[in-house]
Write a protein that binds this ligand. Structure first.
Ligand SMILES: [Zn+2]
Length: 134
């Protein structure tokens, strides 16, 4: 067995050290209807990251300076046209700020709200990080 080939194989199996959102968070399904923008799987995605869709939508609307609402089927409608790229960037920022554990990088976290104090508690390592209320 060729030693260099063996090394190649070994290195190709090492996990990558970057930590983008893990693959189990489904991508947002963004569609444009007239001047409105809809995220069809909004509730589903919020369920996966264990966040209240109202909190996540409030963050996005605030950042976009837009108005919108979530309907009974979990579809999030923004009452203006926002590019898919912009929504994804903002959602990524929400994940980084309000979901991702600052200590170990896990996305398995819960948001605890104690009055005006919001804390992200990591279910993987137990770290608690205060965050700015939305
Ligand atoms: Zn952690």
């Amino acid at each position: 067995m060729d030693y260099e080939k063996l090394l190649d194989r070994l290195y190709s199996k090492l996990p990558e050290r970057r930590s983008p959102p893990p693959p189990d968070i489904p991508p947002l399904e963004v569609v444009h209807v007239g001047v409105q923008t809809k995220v069809r799987n909004f509730k589903e995605v919020c369920d996966v990251i264990m966040r209240d869709p109202r909190i996540c939508s409030r963050y996005l609307l605030k950042e976009l300076a837009a108005r919108g609402a979530i309907d009974e089927s979990g579809v999030f409608t923004i009452y203006s046209r926002v590019s898919t790229q912009t929504i994804n960037q903002l959602f990524k920022r929400f994940l980084d700020t309000y979901v991702k554990c600052k200590t170990c990088g896990s996305y398995q976290t819960e948001l605890k709200r104690q009055g005006k104090v919001w804390i992200i508690r990591c279910l993987a390592c137990g770290a608690e990080t205060p965050v700015k209320p939305i």
